[in-house]
Design a binder for this molecule. Structure first.
Ligand code: TCH
Length: 323
């Protein structure tokens, strides 16, 4: 399971939890403007917007999980099993492989509005990067400071949904996730007014009673509701420190603790949580065993270069002893 979210204070922040039971050697990776992006069925991009994000670098190619470009456009791929349906390559349209979708979008566009237009003739095609890396069943959230969309390649074709909540998890399809939120419209951050019955002497015995019924389990529909409630009600100061702290708390509200979701002989965990300041191009992250926030600043790299810069995750716990 995974969760992606947006948050806006003074700057805009985009990030995700990557929830899985194993790792693909992911690393924070900066792709500079002159790294040649070769694509299988669409013209390559010899020069493009620079981007920073989490990727597995395979044969010198950055297979991004989530990334932000130098214009502040961001995108993340989240698991979408049994629903993702990639198409065979066709003579018509713009044939983009699923593993190319993030660099193809972030390499060229600056806003969600531009992406929405460009998607009108896109087919996500079922080409594999390699035998080791076959297509993964994904759907995507694409965001700028002002809006988000969710893109799903399903049986009927490519669906582009407006995403007013600016959160994405996994199954089911996004239209159902959005509809399900209706069931929670009475939840509130304020104490409840007793409307159950005038005959019963209700007692507001605890703080937080306004949100009783907010799901706390780790299923993807429940995480969608929990992350949405936390995100839309989030409040923080405007400083970088306050905003990124709040962002990690939003993701923390739906993180996975080892032991709670069993998959045969393994457990799913939140391998990393990321938070990118999309204005400054700084990618912050935490890992399951390293609660300290680590950052990589895209603008400290040579963005006019052609070589990838990759930073393996700092995974060991950084404890500050005070005596
Ligand atoms: C599995 C990951 C998503 C995590 C997630 O949503 N888990 C939930 C599981 S479930 O719904 O509850 O079943 C996805 C996110 C990005 C994916 C990776 C990226 O797409 C980059 C490459 C793409 C290649 O085609 C496959 C390997 C890969 C390296 C992908 C492996 C895997 O599918 C990743 C890591």
């Amino acid at each position: 399971m995974c969760t992606a979210a947006n948050y806006t204070a003074k700057d805009h922040y985009f990030g995700r939890n990557l929830d899985l039971e194993y790792s693909y050697r992911e690393a924070v990776t900066v792709t500079p403007r002159n790294f040649p992006f070769e694509f299988r069925r669409v013209p390559s991009l010899k020069t493009h917007h620079a981007m920073i994000g989490m990727a597995t670098v395979a044969d010198g190619y950055p297979l991004y999980y989530d990334a932000t470009n130098e214009k502040g456009l961001s995108m993340a791929g989240l698991n979408f099993p049994d629903n993702a349906n990639y198409k065979p390559v066709s003579e018509d349209g713009t044939n983009v492989a699923s593993f190319e979708f993030i660099p193809w979008v972030l390499g060229q566009f600056e806003t969600v509005a531009q992406v929405r237009d460009a998607l009108s003739d896109v087919r996500i095609v079922d080409l594999a990067f390699s035998e080791e890396f076959p297509p993964s069943p994904l759907h995507w959230i694409i965001s700028d400071r002002d809006e988000s969309i969710t893109v799903e390649s399903v049986d009927e074709g490519l669906k582009v949904h407006d995403n007013p909540i600016q959160v994405l998890t996994n199954n089911p399809t996004f239209d159902i996730q959005l509809f399900n939120i209706n069931n929670y419209m009475s939840l509130s951050v304020d104490p409840p007014e007793p409307r159950f019955s005038k005959e019963i002497p209700f007692d507001t015995y605890s703080r937080g009673l306004g949100a009783v019924g907010l799901p706390g389990d780790l299923s993807s529909m429940s995480r969608f509701v929990k992350a949405a409630f936390t995100k839309v009600n989030s409040v923080s100061g405007e400083s970088e420190s306050e905003a990124i702290s709040q962002f990690f708390h939003i993701l923390g509200s739906v993180e996975q603790q080892r032991g709670c979701v069993r998959l045969d002989d393994k457990y799913e965990i939140t391998i990393y949580s990321s938070c990118c300041n999309t204005h400054k191009g700084i990618y912050y992250y935490r890992t399951y065993e390293n609660s300290q926030i680590t950052g990589v600043d895209m603008h400290k790299e040579d963005l006019d270069g052609s070589e990838l810069a990759s930073y393996p995750l700092v995974k060991s716990q950084q404890v500050l002893m005070q005596n």
